[in-house]
Each structure stands twice: as structure tokens, then as C-alpha cells.
Write a protein that binds this ligand. Structure first.
Ligand SMILES: C[S@@+](CC[C@H](N)C(=O)[O-])C[C@H]1O[C@@H](n2cnc3c(N)ncnc32)[C@H](O)[C@@H]1O
Length: 361
């Protein structure tokens, strides 16, 4: 009898061996995810995407980087099954099928954008461990590049779908936007989605509010670069938002669950709508019940984002800390309690991680 079998009567050697292999795979995948983020930020994937097999020196030159670092990064990508390697000629190739999910403008979206959350949250590990002990929370500015990463996320989850999938969810909404209405994006971050709407619908008056001054500054620059004039951004803490009947459309893109008090916040947004106004809300589509999320796409990643960011920043404002996986059930209940005449829930096949609510005042 092994020592482990003596210690634990229910010890199963085969199960333990398999679990050890699984742990090895998990740690390996974490390391690869970190290096995928590096490959995205340095432009390495983009520089390999449209090329045939290249040497490490050629790849480094294309990306404007130092060969020694690039060669070591390539070794991660080869052993991680992302890049193909021809040992004789020492050539590396990013297959088109992989480039489709790892490059800017890739045909299948860009998973490297999400990989950035791993080093970003890793960077606050010590502070987070303190939070585990004190129960305190985090501030948005504790995270390196949060709004940058979030705006890239928004580009592919919101901006990519807003015109063809999202706006048609509410019949007549496009016509109202064509005619010209008042639109608020609450928790607008760097304002990519609002700017895209303002470009498409020039007769509207668009306003974006966000707590973070740096995000608002970036939003102003982004809209100015796009040459959009019918838009205004303002740094504003929306916790006590008390505008009444001012807007015809309010959008919240991934910007309710991490607020201080989401239930109260939704009531305030409802009050800010004129009669007949619409609240379009995108949030994470997981369930409020852990047992329902076992098969939910990237559930462990989302709970990590919650623990290391969304829950923590809400607690950091002295808030409820509901977390990323507060659940569509909670969101739907809170929207109904906010007093809307109608609340509809939608999910898109193209985007299994997010849920969309259309609520009519
Ligand atoms: C997950 S981010 C989403 C940002 C943006 N909608 C996007 O999709 O890129 C949530 C946003 O809510 C903002 N926020 C959090 N608490 C806020 C508050 N009390 N008042 C205003 N904005 C707040 C954050 O600054 C952050 O930009």
C-alpha cells in the first residue's frame, strides 16, 4: 500500500495521475495564454498572418522586435500548437486557420484580445490577495490598460454586431435613430460603440458618461479622430444619477454588473428614459447558479475576471460586488423591478457568451 493510500482510504492512483496531467495542461495553457497576449500586443501575430514560412529573424524584422525574444516566443507558440515549425530550415508559419482567431480583423474574431485579461489581472495579484484578507475592493486605475483591453473587447462583441444583430431587436429603433433622438451610453468606457453609432446616425445627440477620466479622455480623442461631432463624453459617477426623462435610448454595454448597486442603477436609468424609450443592455450570459454554468463557454475565465476585476471593482466602490456571473436571471429580475413595460432577453448564436436585454419604458 502506498503512503497516499494509507493516508486517504478513498485514494485512487489512476484518478490522481490523470488529475496531475490535467493540472500540467492547465499551467501550460496559462503560460500560452500569457504569451498569446504578448503576441497580440507586439503585433507578432499580425506580422505573421499574411506571410508564408519565415525565419525568426524575418518575423522579428517584420514586427520591429529583437530576434532573440521573438525566437523564444516562437518556441512557446510551436510547442503550444499555434505556430507550425520546419526544423531543417528553421521556418515558422502561422496557419490561416489559426490567424483567423488571433489577428486584428481576423475572420473569426480575435481570441488574443481576451488573452490580455490574464496578464492584466495577474499584474494586480498582490493587491487582490490583500482583498481576500480585508474584504476591500479594487479601483479601475489599479489595472494596467483596462480600458484599452475593454475597448478591443467591445470592438468585437458590440461594435461588430450592433447594426446587423442588435438594433433590429427593437422594431422601429433604426427609424427613430435615423430621425434623430437623444441617446446615452452609460459606462461608455473609451466610447467605441457610441462613436460607431454616432457615425452611422448623424441626426442624433449622443452622450457617453463614465466614471474614469482616462477612459473619457480616450473616448474624446477616438470620436475626434473619427471626425464625429454629434457626440459628447463626460466623466461622471453615475451612482447617484438623477436625470429624469432625458433620453430616448440608453445603452449599457457590459456596464451594469460591475456597478456599485446594479438594482438601484437600473432604476435610475429607467427614470432617465422618456415614455416609449428603450434600454439596450448587453451583459454576460451566464446563469446566477454555479451548477448551470458548468458547460457555459469559458466559465472559469469569466469567474476569474469576476474575482479579479468585476466583483472587486464594485466592492471597491463600497458596492454589492455581484460579479460577472451575477446571471441573466438576476439581470432580468432587476430590469423588471426597475419598472419597464416590457423586458425581452436575446442571445446570438455568433456570441454565446453575452446576453442582450431590450427593455421598453
Ligand atoms: C466593463 S466596462 C465596459 C466599458 C464599455 N461599455 C465597453 O464596453 O468597453 C464597465 C465600465 O463602467 C464604468 N463604471 C463603473 N462604475 C461606474 C460609475 N459608478 N459611474 C460611471 N461609470 C462607471 C467603468 O469605468 C467602465 O468603463
Amino acid at each position: 500500500m502506498t503512503l497516499a493510500e494509507q493516508q486517504w482510504p478513498d485514494f485512487d492512483g489512476k484518478e490522481a495521475e490523470e488529475f496531475g496531467e490535467k493540472l500540467g495542461d492547465i499551467i501550460n495553457s496559462g503560460a500560452i495564454a500569457f504569451m498569446i497576449s504578448v503576441g497580440h500586443k507586439t503585433g507578432l501575430f499580425d506580422s505573421m498572418a499574411d506571410a508564408g514560412p519565415l525565419t525568426s529573424a524575418q518575423i522579428a524584422a517584420r514586427a520591429g522586435l529583437k530576434e532573440r525574444y521573438v525566437r523564444e516566443w516562437l518556441a512557446v507558440m510551436v510547442t503550444g500548437g499555434i505556430v507550425l515549425y520546419e526544423p531543417g530550415a528553421r521556418l515558422y508559419k502561422l496557419p490561416a486557420a489559426h490567424a483567423a482567431s488571433l489577428t486584428r480583423g481576423g475572420a473569426l474574431g480575435n481570441f488574443a484580445v481576451y488573452a490580455q485579461f490574464i496578464p492584466m489581472t495577474g499584474a494586480i495579484e498582490d493587491k487582490l490577495i490583500d482583498c481576500f484578507k480585508t474584504g476591500q475592493g479594487m479601483k479601475y486605475e489599479d489595472y494596467p490598460c483596462f480600458h484599452q483591453v475593454m475597448s478591443e473587447d467591445s470592438d468585437q462583441t458590440v461594435v461588430a454586431n450592433i447594426f446587423d444583430l442588435v438594433l433590429p431587436l427593437e422594431p422601429g429603433l433604426k427609424d427613430r435613430l435615423d430621425a434623430g433622438i437623444d441617446v446615452l451610453d452609460a459606462g461608455c468606457g473609451r466610447g467605441h460603440a457610441l462613436t460607431a453609432l454616432a457615425e452611422r446616425f448623424p441626426k442624433n445627440r449622443f452622450v457617453g458618461y463614465d466614471l474614469c477620466v482616462d477612459a473619457i479622455e480616450a473616448a474624446c480623442d477616438y470620436a475626434a479622430d473619427a471626425g464625429v461631432e454629434n457626440i459628447r463624453f463626460e466623466a461622471r459617477d453615475l451612482t447617484d444619477f438623477d436625470d429624469v426623462a432625458r433620453f430616448d435610448l440608453i445603452t449599457t454595454f457590459d456596464a451594469v454588473h460591475d456597478q456599485k448597486h446594479p438594482a438601484d442603477y437600473l432604476k435610475r436609468l429607467r427614470r432617465a428614459l422618456r415614455p416609449g424609450g428603450v434600454h439596450l443592455m448587453q451583459d454576460i450570459g451566464g446563469s446566477a447558479h454555479l451548477e448551470n454554468n458548468l458547460e457555459f463557454p469559458m466559465a472559469a475565465f469569466l469567474y476569474t475576471a469576476s474575482c479579479a476585476h468585476c466583483m472587486a471593482v464594485s466592492l471597491g466602490q463600497g458596492g454589492d460586488g455581484l460579479g460577472t456571473m451575477w446571471g441573466w436571471e438576476t439581470a432580468e429580475r432587476m430590469l423588471k423591478e426597475a419598472g419597464y413595460r416590457r423586458v425581452e432577453r436575446h442571445m446570438f448564436e455568433e456570441d454565446p457568451m453575452n446576453v442582450w436585454f431590450v427593455s421598453k419604458a
